[in-house]
Design a protein around this ligand. Structure first.
Ligand SMILES: [Cu+2]
Length: 173
């Protein structure tokens, strides 16, 4: 009786160990890449535009942005700007790497999402959808707000004032 009972307890223990093992096996799947995209914004211009943001990977597995898509432009590419001599050059990049626990900052003068052939001119304050396609995390869509114009500083100033009708008023006076 005691022996049988002990065996029963042993089997219970074994079963709970197996359950724990299964639970443990499920954990690595949830500790894959964990992507957060923060503060996406765009600089609008004609004929091209660019979007910037911070992409964080809090997960335990590396990921990468492979491509981007949006209906605001004819083509959307991943680019990187670099100084070559005195000239700022940009070139398409294959992907944006996101190491486990790492992040990538897309900012003016660095990596960016490039919009080639804007379908219409965006104004400061406009919002549009941008989808980033990740190697492991799949597609993630963010809302991008147009914060500034590409044509600076003249474009920026004119854009704001002409929209408000102030330029027109001043001219007519
Ligand atoms: Cu570019």
């Amino acid at each position: 009786m005691t022996k049988k009972f002990t065996l029963f307890i042993a089997m219970l223990l074994l079963a709970s160990l197996l359950l724990a093992a299964c639970g443990g096996a499920a954990a690595p799947a949830s500790s894959g890449p964990n992507i957060t995209i923060s503060e996406p914004y765009a600089r609008a211009g004609m004929p091209n535009g660019a979007a910037y943001m911070e992409i964080k990977n809090d997960g335990g597995e590396a990921d990468a942005v492979l491509s981007a898509a949006s209906d605001v432009a004819d083509a959307v590419e991943l680019h990187e700007s670099k100084m070559e001599g005195d000239v700022m050059q940009m070139r398409p990049i294959e992907k944006i790497e996101l190491p486990a626990g790492g992040s990538a900052t897309l900012k003016p003068g660095g990596m960016h999402v490039m919009f080639i052939g804007m379908k219409k001119e965006l104004a400061v304050g406009d919002k549009f959808q941008l989808t980033l396609n990740f190697e492991k995390s799949g597609a993630k869509t963010v809302e991008v707000e147009v914060k500034e114009s590409m044509q600076m500083p003249a474009g920026q100033m004119e854009g704001g004032q002409m929209e408000g009708g102030q330029m027109g008023d001043m001219k007519s006076q």
